[in-house]
Design a protein around this ligand. Structure first.
Ligand code: SPV
Ligand code: MG
Length: 298
């Protein structure tokens, strides 16, 4: 099955499904090996891994380059966190073209203004996009896709910006009418009150995607009961990696030795395995018999 069809299936099936964050080829591969059926290419995580802010400081082509590695390394579908589409309708439809060329299965765009700011940084102060302008962007993206299963998901930031349920519903309805395949309803509350209120009124008009980063203590069963289609675990690989890197850097810095480090990091063999070193050895035996003893050196 194509990656696009796989993602479409995840969004449309009656079961509650999950995407796990990845931010480069290695983390994408780990997500797939773990058993996840899809990947969230998080804007926050990709920019953090690049050492820049989640404010479109990385250019969209730099993000595309990361996505290409992620897509090459995996066979499960990737949903890109496409921020605001990196410009107006014209930039957004060109983005769709470039994503399809890299077998990215779908993109989520949010109704904010370029350059965006992460929803959890002073969300209340963030301006929202004009509804008609955002609908035009969705239409342009849907018209641009060549693969009919490619997904365009519209992310509603009304709760984040403090505009309330009525605005969230109005925007979701307009984006659905414009052709969005699903609605991502975001909330920065630590409880599920906003999502619950939305789900009751929305009544299944389009599949709903959520990102429970802030309401992490709500049992997953509750999302299912409310009729949510897809849950995104949005940033936990970059946060886990950051923690591990801080700890090991500190340990080696203080010890000026690797003596306490070796047992606390993945074996080198695991790095080689994830890189697919074995496949290269087999290919050398097949295509380059004179180097059967070793890889690369001649
Ligand atoms: C991301 O992962 O970059 C997201 C989700 O957009 S959030 O950080 O919650 O805005
Ligand atoms: Mg983001």
């Amino acid at each position: 099955m194509k990656k696009t069809s796989k993602l479409k299936h995840l969004v449309q099936t009656q079961n509650l499904e999950f995407l796990m964050e990845a931010h480069n080829g290695l983390s994408a591969k780990i997500v797939e090996e773990t058993g996840f059926k899809g990947i969230w290419a998080s804007g926050l995580s990709i920019s953090a891994a690049m050492g820049v802010r989640d404010n479109n400081e990385a250019s969209w082509t730099q993000v595309l380059d990361v996505l290409e590695f992620m897509s090459d390394a995996t066979s499960i579908p990737i949903l890109l966190d496409g921020d605001t589409g990196y410009g107006n309708f014209n930039n957004a439809r060109r983005l769709v073209k470039k994503l399809e060329q890299r077998q990215i299965a779908g993109v989520c765009i949010e109704d904010k203004v370029f350059p965006k700011t992460n929803s959890f940084i002073n969300g209340n102060a963030q301006p929202l996009a004009d509804i008609d302008e955002f609908c035009g962007k969705i239409k342009a993206m849907k018209d641009a896709q060549l693969d009919e299963d490619f997904l365009v998901i519209a992310r509603v930031e009304a709760f984040i910006a403090g505009w309330g349920l009525e605005e969230a519903l109005k925007r979701s309805e307009a984006y659905g009418q414009a052709g969005a395949d699903a609605i991502l309803m975001h909330s920065s509350r630590s409880d599920i009150a906003e999502i619950e209120a939305f789900m009751k009124e929305w009544d299944g008009r389009r599949p709903v995607v959520i990102v429970p980063t802030k309401y992490y203590s709500v049992p997953t069963k509750r999302f299912d009961e409310l009729g949510v289609s897809l849950v995104i675990w949005a940033n936990h690989n970059v946060r886990a990696a950051l923690d591990a890197m801080q700890n090991i850097s500190k340990q080696i810095y203080l010890d000026q030795s690797l003596i306490h480090a070796e047992g606390n990091v993945a074996p080198l063999e695991e790095v080689f395995r994830l890189q697919g070193a074995e496949e290269l050895r087999a290919a050398e035996r097949k295509y380059f018999p004179s180097t059967a003893a070793g890889s690369g050196e001649r």
